[in-house]
Design a protein. Sequence first.
Length: 247
Amino acid sequence: MAKLDGKVAVITGASSGIGEATAEALAAEGASVAVAARRKDRLESLSQRIEGNGGRVLTVECDVTDEGQAHDLIRQVERELGRVDILVNNAGVMLLSRIDKSLSDEWRQMFDVNVLGLLYATDAALEVMKRQQSGHIVNISSVAGRVTNPSSGVYSGTKFAVNAISDGLRKENVDDHLRVTVIEPGAVATELTEHISDDEAKDAIEGMVNRMDPLQSEDVANAIAYAVTQPARVNVDEILIKPTDQA
Ligand code: NDP
């Protein structure tokens, strides 16, 4: 019997990178997976791969910055898959720039997706998990949730917020036996940097990543799979995972 047989996992931002790899990893452990993001076509091809490997999958087009859509995602998963055991709040954007570049639309977008989107999905999932008296919320933070650098101040601010929210969430829900884990990856080779509009910041981060052997999405997915396959008495609070050659 696989470790997550009978469990239902929801993964936001599953159309690429870490979210996509996590959906495949949790499905391989036996979970039914609900994969959510805005790019439906990417979700469909992921879904076909998971089903081809014998997995059960539900695809949901969802913009997590819309509170109603984030709540509907969780409701739809409970309705169609019966439960919500694991929520991986992975959807995120990293629009790096110095603060004096005044890219305020990008500040808003980062807080909307990385912080508020996470809260909206969590809010709806908590209601289900409290009823179940079990559940596990995994929040994808970052090394940037512990340290900040020029051009990453605002992005780091969102990830510091993810860490604080996760700690509060875990403490608030111990009596309901809910688990909360924060994952803090270093550099991972994904599409994340492609959306950076500020050339100076984009060149700097891509140069840094090119000088190392970055993590692959599967490496982070394995860390998430580790956290969610522990016995119910075990809460893995935090996993910091970096490329070997990242200082
Ligand atoms: P990707 O760009 O590959 O994935 C980001 C995902 O977020 C996509 O699936 C995207 O889907 C989704 N997303 C973005 N905006 C929204 C939205 N409004 N609603 C729903 N989904 C959204 O990057 P990664 O896999 O690297 O990023 C995943 C997480 O990992 C992020 O939280 C990121 O901050 C974190 N992280 C990444 C690191 C790295 O080096 N790559 C390091 C540390 C942390 P779509 O566009 O289809 O909606």
